[in-house]
Design a protein around this ligand. Structure first.
Ligand SMILES: *Cc1c(COP(=O)(O)O)cnc(C)c1O
Length: 434
């Protein structure tokens, strides 16, 4: 299968090229030229299938032309080796918990999948000296670092602003060792991002090594996220609850939502989606007015959704042939302030005992406000509440437990290279640390 750029100014790419490059040369996002539908029999049977069974079938529809089936199955089994349970929160409202992976956030799914697929392609091509560069303000760095930990043939550099990420987040990417190098930059997140961008265009570096990124625009990180929408539906089908399903998605860069839309285009009978925004509501405004007006992000308590110019918006436009009308038929939205998010965390906990994190809380509330009486609602919980301990404890007025696997990171020894934001120093480090 070939992949085209959403900007249509770059040549079509093979899967290998799209995965190794990430962004298309015209700065567009890669899209598969065909979306394969799944047959009706699959959906009739889906309630009897396991997560791994479903993942193998869906992954084959995407990547089956370009990879050996056994290899692909091995990638799927390794990438999705944790539970994604669907739980009932209250009448007609279910939560799909996407946070049981190594860093307790949904990005683990895509990061693990991408690491295995990239490793496969660089080995197949005999590429040496492959380095993944990630600038992070917190969550992406930990998911990518843990996703690539121990993966053969690839070294990962995580650049983060010194003193500006939470203790838990920092521990998740500075204590790993092996092929993961943490670069603590005396500067801001923007400085980190600028260093990464400069590296990608530096001639000398690109002559001596393969540099790639691992952000959510990469097709190998983005597409596998479709899988758990099928699994959510399967768990509803098992209980004969599969009619009129509406799914609410906490949205930032819109990768998660766009993956759900892909699942629908493959035939998954989800009736419609609800996009939940915090105060960074560029997408909500687009739904309301038809105008897309990116702007600088503002800080909120659901900080993984603090995005002012969502990168996967281009993919959604492309999927719907740029039609605002068509997009509105499938997606509605809503937006919430920090005060509203906190109120949701508190009242849901008091009424049901279910503990939400700030991102999941946006999705819960958007579902509650947007679900019609004949619909079965599912919202995606994208992070474990313990990752936002202070906020959550303030909302519910009592202490919460930190899972052992999460606190274990905090007990390990931090290893990082402290650097200024000087590009030449960064470049030297890329050459010297191995
Ligand atoms: C990244 C992230 C999101 C936003 O997902 P997008 O695919 O960027 O829309 C939501 N919640 C959490 C916890 C995240 O880490």
């Amino acid at each position: 299968m070939k992949y085209y750029s959403t900007r249509h100014m770059a040549p079509n790419a093979s899967l290998q090229e799209a995965v190794i490059k990430g962004l298309a040369p015209d700065r567009g996002l890669y899209m598969p030229e065909k979306i394969n539908r799944l047959p009706a029999e699959f959906f009739n049977e889906i309630g009897n299938l396991s997560l791994t069974d479903i993942a193998k079938i869906v992954a084959e529809k995407f990547f089956g032309d370009d990879m050996d089936k056994e290899k692909l199955n091995a990638i799927v089994s390794e990438a999705l080796n944790f539970d994604i349970p669907l739980k009932k929160v209250e009448e007609e409202i279910y939560v799909l918990e996407l946070f049981h992976g190594p860093t307790f956030a949904f990005k683990d799914v895509g990061a693990r999948f991408m690491s295995r697929m990239l490793s496969h392609f660089v080995q197949e091509q005999h590429h040496e000296n492959v380095k993944v560069l990630v600038a992070t303000s917190g969550d992406t760095g930990s998911a990518v670092a843990n996703g690539f930990l121990g993966v053969e043939g690839i070294q990962v550099f995580v650049l983060y602003p010194s003193g500006k990420v939470s203790e838990i987040q920092e521990a998740q990417f500075t204590t790993l060792g092996q092929n993961i190098v943490a670069l603590e930059i005396a500067g801001t997140f923007d400085d980190c991002q600028a260093l990464v961008k400069s590296a990608f265009v530096d001639e000398e570096l690109n002559k001596k090594m393969y540099l790639t990124s691992a952000n959510s625009i990469n097709i190998a990180r983005f597409l596998p996220q479709s899988i758990y929408y099928f699994y959510a539906y399967a768990q509803l089908a098992k209980q004969q609850l599969e009619d009129n399903v509406v799914v609410a998605v906490p949205s930032g860069n819109l990768g998660n939502l766009a993956a759900g839309l892909f699942a629908k285009k493959m035939g998954l009978p989800i009736k419609r989606f609800i996009a939940a925004n915090n105060r960074n509501d560029v997408f909500f405004q687009y739904l309301s007015t038809g105008n897309y007006e990116p702007r600088t992000s503002i800080q909120t308590i659901a900080n993984a959704m603090d995005v002012g110019a969502p990168s996967n918006f281009e993919r959604i436009l492309d999927l719907y042939n740029q039609s605002h009308e068509a997009i509105k038929q499938d997606i509605s939205g809503n937006t919430y302030s920090d005060a509203e998010i906190k109120n949701t965390i508190r009242t849901v906990y008091e009424k049901t005992g279910y503990l939400l994190d700030p991102h999941g809380a946006c999705a819960y509330q958007a579902l509650k406000d947007g679900k019609k009486p004949d619909e079965t609602g599912v919202f995606l919980a994208t992070a474990h509440p313990a990752k936002f301990k202070e906020t959550v404890e303030e909302c519910i007025g009592s202490a919460i437990e930190i899972p052992d696997r999460l606190s274990a990171f905090m007990r390990r020894k931090k290893q990082s290279h402290l650097l200024s934001n000087d590009f030449n120093l960064f470049k030297k480090t890329l050459f010297n640390v191995s």
